[in-house]
Design a binder for this molecule. Structure first.
Ligand SMILES: Cc1cc2nc3c(=O)[nH]c(=O)nc-3n(C[C@H](O)[C@H](O)[C@H](O)COP(=O)(O)OP(=O)(O)OC[C@H]3O[C@@H](n4cnc5c(N)ncnc54)[C@H](O)[C@@H]3O)c2cc1C
Length: 460
C-alpha cells in the first residue's frame, strides 16, 4: 500500500484559452467551488487516499449536451494535449474519477438516453443513471440484472468503468463474468475522434479500466425479468448461523432473489434507522426476494434459527426506491459499500477492506477472523452466485488507527486464507485481483494515443 503523491500539474493558461476557443458553446463550469466538487468522489472512505488526493482539482468541467459536444471535447483535448477525465455519478471510492493532473473533467450526466429496449436486452447512453434505467424498464417488466448500491446516482458507464457487482449479484454474478455485458461503444481521444464498437469479450478492454482508454458512450446490457421484490430482515443469534442460512438461500435456485447481505451483530447499531428492528447483539441478513416466495424464505430462515424482524411488500419497496417514500430508503442502501458510509457517519475513523473467501471455507474463515479482531474489524458478507457456485465476498469495516496496523490486518486476513483487493490505492495495477483479462494497455494506444485520459491511474 505504498502510494506516491502526485503533485497537481495544472495546465498552463495559454493552452486552456486555446482549448476554450475550440470548445465553442459547449457548457463549462469554471467556478472554483463547483470545480472542486466535480473533481471528487468517495475517495475519503480511505484515510490514506484522503491524504493523497484531497488537493485534486480540474481546470475546467465540460458538460456535453450530446455526442457532437463530446466529439468536440475529445478533439480539443487531443489537439492541445490536455488531460481528460470522464465522470459519471462520481460515486467511485478509490479516487478513480479524480483528475490527478488537472485538465478537463467531462461530466456525462446529460448523455443518459435509452437507445432501445427489446426482450432480454437494452442499449443505453453511458451517462444514464441506473435507477432511471430501471424506472424506464419497469413498464416492460424487465430490469438491469444487477446494480451497485449507489443505483440512485451511479451511471451505467461509470459502473462498467469503475464498478464490479452489487444488488442482483446473488443471482447474476459480476460485470467481469462472461455474458454480463453485450457491447460498449467508445469514443477515442484523438485529433479526429472515432467511435469504436466493442462486442462480447472485446468489451473487457475498457471495463474496470477507470476511463483510461476511451470514453464509453453507449452500453448494451442483458436484462433480467422483473420480479415484485419484497424486503426482509431476519435476525440470528450468531454470525455463523446467519452465514449458513445465507449460503443455503443463495444456493437455492428455486427462489428468485436479488440481495443476500449478512451483517455481524455489532453492525446494526451503526445503522440508525435499521437499529430499532434488530434485537441487541443479533446478527442479521438483509434480503430482497420475489414477494410470492417470501413466506418460503421466512420458513427457511426459521429452520436455520432465524426470526423475521422486518418485512416490506413490493408496493412499499417500489415507492421507497423510485419515489423516495416511506420510513426507510430501499434496504439495499444499507448493504455493499453503503454499510461503510453509515458506519463512517456513526463512528468516524471507520474505513474498509475488500475480501473474498475460498469456496467451502468462507464461514470458517469469517467466524475465526471475527473472533480474532473483536471490535476492530466488523464483518458483513455479500453472497453472490458466480462460476456455478455460491461466492462470498465482503467489505469489512475497520477501525483505522495507522497505515501500519491496516497493513498488519491485511496480512492477518491473508494468512487466514482469504484474498484481498486493495481499496486504498487509486492505481489500477496496485488494486489486486481486479485485473481484467483483456489487452487494455494496447487498446489504450489505439483509443488514447497521446496518453491524456485520466493520467496517473496506470503505473505505465
Ligand atoms: C456508498 C457506496 C456504495 C457503493 N456500492 C458499490 C456496489 O455495490 N458495487 C460496486 O461495484 N461499486 C460500488 N460502489 C462504487 C461505485 O458506486 C460504483 O463503482 C459505481 O458504479 C460508479 O459509477 P459512477 O457513475 O459514479 O462512476 P464515477 O465514480 O463517476 O467513475 C468511476 C470511474 O469510471 C470512469 N468513467 C465514468 N464514466 C465513464 C465513461 N462514460 N467512459 C469511460 N470511463 C468512465 C471514471 O473516470 C472513473 O475512473 C459504491 C460506492 C459508494 C460510495
Amino acid at each position: 500500500m505504498n502510494i506516491a503523491i502526485h503533485p497537481q500539474a495544472t495546465v498552463d493558461a495559454d493552452r486552456l484559452v486555446a482549448l476554450r476557443a475550440d470548445l465553442g458553446d459547449v457548457p463549462l463550469i469554471t467556478d472554483e467551488a463547483q470545480l472542486r466538487q466535480k473533481s471528487r468522489d468517495f475517495f475519503w472512505f480511505s484515510p490514506i487516499l484522503k491524504e493523497e488526493l484531497d488537493h485534486c482539482r480540474a481546470d475546467l468541467v465540460a458538460l456535453p449536451r450530446d455526442r457532437n459536444d463530446l466529439v468536440r471535447i475529445a478533439r480539443a483535448c487531443a489537439r492541445h494535449r490536455i488531460p481528460l477525465t470522464v465522470r459519471g455519478g462520481g460515486t467511485g471510492n478509490y479516487g478513480q474519477a479524480m483528475p490527478l493532473e488537472g485538465g478537463v473533467v467531462v461530466d456525462m450526466g446529460a448523455l443518459g438516453a435509452t437507445r432501445w429496449v427489446r426482450p432480454g436486452v437494452g442499449r443505453f447512453e453511458a451517462g444514464a443513471r441506473m435507477l432511471d434505467i430501471d424506472r424506464t424498464l419497469r413498464g416492460d417488466r424487465q430490469e438491469l440484472r444487477f446494480h451497485p448500491s449507489t443505483r440512485a446516482h451511479a451511471t451505467i458507464g461509470g459502473f462498467l468503468a469503475g464498478g464490479a457487482g452489487g444488488v442482483g449479484s446473488c443471482t447474476w454474478g459480476q460485470l467481469a463474468d462472461r455474458g454480463a455485458v453485450i457491447a460498449v461503444e467508445v469514443l477515442t481521444v484523438e485529433e479526429e475522434p472515432r467511435f469504436i464498437e466493442l462486442r462480447g469479450r472485446d468489451a473487457l478492454k475498457v471495463m474496470h479500466a477507470y476511463g483510461v482508454n476511451g470514453i464509453i458512450t453507449e452500453v448494451e446490457m442483458p436484462l433480467a425479468p422483473w420480479h415484485p421484490w419484497a424486503e426482509r430482515i431476519c435476525a440470528f443469534d450468531t454470525l455463523e448461523e446467519v452465514a449458513r442460512f445465507a449460503h443455503a438461500l443463495t444456493a437455492a435456485e428455486g427462489i428468485a432473489k436479488k440481495l443476500v447481505s449478512v451483517h455481524d451483530g455489532r453492525i446494526s447499531p451503526l445503522l440508525k434507522r435499521i437499529r430499532p428492528f434488530v434485537p441487541d447483539g443479533k446478527a442479521m441478513v438483509i434480503l430482497m426476494v420475489s414477494e410470492p416466495q417470501a413466506p418460503t424464505v421466512e420458513d427457511m430462515a426459521a429452520e436455520f434459527g432465524g426470526e423475521t424482524v422486518f418485512a416490506r411488500g413490493n408496493e412499499e419497496v417500489e415507492a421507497a426506491t423510485f419515489d423516495g417514500q416511506g420510513k426507510l430508503p430501499p434496504l439495499y442502501e444499507y448493504t455493499w459499500n453503503h454499510t461503510t458510509l453509515y458506519a463512517l457517519k456513526a463512528k468516524p475513523g471507520t474505513t474498509y477492506l475488500q475480501v473474498r473467501y475460498p469456496a467451502g471455507r468462507e464461514i470458517e474463515i469469517v467466524t475465526h477472523l471475527a473472533g480474532v479482531f473483536g471490535e476492530e474489524v466488523l464483518f458483513h458478507l455479500e453472497f453472490q452466485r458466480r462460476f456455478g457456485r455460491v461466492f462470498v465476498s465482503s467489505l469489512p469495516l475497520v477501525q483505522y488507527t495507522t497505515r501500519e496496523r491496516l497493513e498488519e490486518i491485511v496480512r492477518m486476513i491473508e494468512a487466514a486464507g482469504a484474498e484481498l483487493s486493495n481499496p486504498h490505492t487509486y492505481r489500477l495495477s496496485d488494486a489486486g485481483w481486479k485485473k481484467v483479462d483483456a489487452p487494455q494497455a494496447s487498446f489504450k494506444r489505439e483509443a488514447d494515443p497521446h496518453g491524456l485520459m485520466n493520467p496517473g491511474k496506470l503505473l505505465s
